[in-house]
Design a protein around this ligand. Structure first.
Ligand code: GLU
Length: 486
């Protein structure tokens, strides 16, 4: 096999979606596994829908995910330019060839005429397609229409009875009959190529050996094969990967929640978790292991293990993976990636005021409790909100010994420096009070936080420091006194 070369060729008509990201990833993994090349090309010939900001966002999303290309946008290469609107002369040249050898022809039909034609066919119960009206215009007719200022499109003359077979690396042999295709447009009247034409020219000129893309493009493949054949160009291999579905087995859409990669970044998913998750969306390595490093995935990746059936997007699995990756971070790594999320919480200022130890204890405590980085607001609250005494906490504080426990805690809490000192103190306190550990820990926890559950008690105390811890106990004792006197 010649050296593998693949491409990802997004149209910048929206943000990079989960499906697009998965196609990009499979291309990247395949190229990396095979020691091949990976081109990033932008297909922006739909001028109305293409936007530069989407192009920028797509590129940013790919980089964030950890996908690297070896040629194309931003880095250049021997086949530059990589934005289709900058390659119009190239498409023109190939369109000219097809025109010269009679495999393409000018079509002057107006939108209105075509629309009427489509309706007429549908009324007769036929599949709407181009009737071939302009197939046989004479040169004189063409010249005259052009002289009248009419701007033609260029249509591909579809052979009448050919069968096109693609041996798809994922789907197996798929065949298409040309009689089902009408003559299709390859160049629009404004001089821009259509997707099916430009994609073939670029894939050939850029030396693409494998086209790996979403299943929804399978129906475009016969048109592309016709162009390869008409120009006598070598076809690449094709691999069409299955759709991604929501848990209700419907095609993944906004109804199922976030669909763009940037949204996942904003929700606090780690790129490593998404990389791992997307790799397993329609591909599986041998064995049971689910948490795999980039290198492990690259080493194991092949198209044979890409599933034919649709992949189901399982958010619980993504959450689980994200949690695992968060837990594998060091405190200092997590601190820096959490920073932008902390900024968005009401506790940003309080967190800034923590000393180094307090901050790292807070991060350590959060590490065990968050599923995504954006959970930080919810999970950090217990450290910074003023406790109020309600519900279960109120019941605990109404217990016989609560007041005694808190008074002794207040009277004997020493200066402390680390978790072991706090643990030792609580042990001694329990012993001296002659109570069950639960009857000491619960009132203390409820008094300090207003909640019967939450982070490790030592973590809480270390983040607050002695003074703040004592202030909270006093607050609770005042509350109990007021209640008892009231
Ligand atoms: N521009 C097309 C898209 O974004 C690329 C399809 C292909 O890979 O051939 O869907």
């Amino acid at each position: 096999m010649s050296k593998v070369k693949v491409r990802f060729a997004p149209s910048p008509t929206g943000p990079l979606h989960i499906g697009g990201a998965r196609s990009a990833l499979f291309n990247y993994l395949f190229a990396a596994h095979e020691g091949g090349e990976f081109v990033l090309r932008i297909e922006d010939t739909d001028l109305e829908r293409s936007r530069l900001e989407y192009e920028t966002e797509i590129i940013e999303s790919l980089k964030w995910l950890g996908i690297k290309w070896t040629e194309g946008m931003e880095i250049g290469g021997e086949n530059a330019p990589y934005r289709q609107t900058e390659r119009l002369d190239i498409y023109k040249e190939y369109a000219e060839k097809l025109l010269q050898n009679g495999q393409a022809y000018y079509c002057f039909c107006s939108e209105e005429e075509l629309e009427n034609e489509r309706w007429a066919m549908m009324e007769k119960g036929e599949m709407p397609r181009y009737s071939g009206k302009c197939r046989h215009l004479s040169q004189a007719e063409i010249d005259s229409k052009k002289a009248q200022g009419m701007k033609p499109t260029l249509r591909f003359r579809v052979p009448s009875h050919n069968v096109y077979v693609v041996d798809d690396l994922v789907r197996g042999k798929v065949s298409f009959e040309s009689k089902n295709e009408g003559d299709f447009i390859i160049m629009k009247s404004d001089g821009l190529p259509t997707y099916n034409f430009a994609v073939v020219i670029d894939d050939v000129l850029m030396g693409i050996t494998h086209v790996i893309r979403a299943e929804e493009h399978l129906s475009n493949t016969p048109r592309q094969l016709m162009i390869y054949d008409a120009l006598n160009l070598k076809r690449p291999e094709f691999a069409h990967i299955s759709l991604i579905m929501g848990s209700d087995r419907q095609k993944m859409s906004k109804r199922h929640g976030a669909t763009s990669l940037i949204q996942y970044r904003e929700m606090g998913y780690l790129p490593e978790a998404l990389f791992n998750f997307l790799a397993l969306l329609g591909w599986s390595p041998e064995g049971e292991k689910e948490i795999l490093s980039h290198q492990e995935i690259i080493e194991a990746f092949n198209l044979e293990r890409v599933a034919k059936s649709p992949a189901v997007f399982d958010l619980d699995k993504l959450n689980w993976l994200n949690q695992q990756y968060i837990r594998s971070k060091s405190i200092s790594e997590l601190e820096s990636i959490l920073q932008p999320f902390i900024e968005n919480t009401p506790f940003a200022e309080s967190i800034k005021r923590l000393d180094e130890q307090g901050l790292s204890i807070l991060i350590e405590s959060l590490r065990d409790r968050i599923t995504s980085l954006s959970d930080v607001g919810e999970q950090a609250g217990i450290f910074f909100l003023e406790p109020s005494y309600e519900g279960e906490a109120l019941d605990v504080l109404a217990g016989d010994s609560a007041r005694q426990v808190l008074e002794k805690f207040q009277a004997s809490l020493p200066f402390f420096h680390d978790a072991s000192e706090i643990k030792q103190f609580m042990k001694t306190l329990t012993k001296e009070l002659g109570l069950k550990p639960k009857d000491v820990f619960m009132p203390v926890r409820c008094a300090l936080t207003g909640s019967s559950h939450g982070p490790d008690l030592a973590h809480l105390l270390l983040v607050w420091g002695r003074e703040e811890s004592l202030r909270r106990v006093k607050k609770c004792l005042d509350f109990i006194s007021n209640r008892d006197n009231g």
